[in-house]
Design a protein around this ligand. Structure first.
Ligand code: MN3
Length: 203
């Protein structure tokens, strides 16, 4: 996992590519706001919220799992989960994405019937997620499955194993696609989905 394993204060993890690497599906302008403003704000806010609390000595993943069960830590959960989700999201994309091979290709065939069937189901789930949220590919009981979460929620909080994620908050695509979430998700699947990252996570 490329994600931050350290403890507070957390720093904004480096993007795994240049800001213009995913254009034209995701423009440099979108990445610049999404990474440089939105993602950074979640990290900064998290540091501010946990300062002087027991959460300050935990790793990001521990904070997410514990604050998910703590009614009084909703803001901590939201910012910690968004910090993690975004780092996972950047790695879920690559300029040369879209085509799975090897073990993950086989897993997609076993669980969905093939890449095309998977893409159809993933797109329907991502488009059907009402309001802000995330569309995930997860591993569950030896199979792959599609799952959506609302707002900051993340499979990590519920013992799930994430393989790949698409951000379907409007800030992820609005500058490039406006209200056309289906077109954005289609292009994301065909051009950006980082199947080697998904395979790494499958283990
Ligand atoms: Mn986002």
């Amino acid at each position: 996992m490329p994600l931050d394993k350290g403890k507070a204060p957390f720093t904004l993890p480096k993007l795994p590519y240049a800001e213009d690497a995913l254009a034209p599906v995701i423009s440099a302008k979108t990445i610049s706001f999404h990474y440089g403003k939105h993602h950074k704000a979640y990290v900064d806010k998290l540091n501010e919220l946990i300062e002087g609390t027991p959460y300050a000595s935990e790793t990001l993943e521990e904070i997410i799992k514990k604050s998910a069960k703590d009614e009084k830590a909703k803001a901590i959960f939201n910012n910690a989960a968004q910090a993690w989700n975004h780092d996972f999201y950047w790695h879920s994309m690559t300029a040369k994405g879209g085509t799975p091979s090897g073990k993950i290709k086989k897993a997609l065939e076993d669980s969905f019937g093939g890449l095309e069937e998977f893409q159809k189901a993933f797109k329907a789930a991502a488009v059907g997620q009402f309001g802000s949220g995330w569309a995930w590919l997860v591993a569950k009981d030896g199979k792959l499955a599609i799952q959506t979460t609302s707002n900051a929620d993340t499979p990590l909080a519920h013992g799930g194993k994430a393989l790949l994620v698409a951000d379907v908050w409007e800030h992820a695509y609005y500058l490039d696609y406006q209200n056309r979430r289906p077109d954005h998700v289609q292009a994301w699947l065909e051009k950006l989905a980082n199947w080697s990252f998904a395979e790494e996570n499958l283990g």
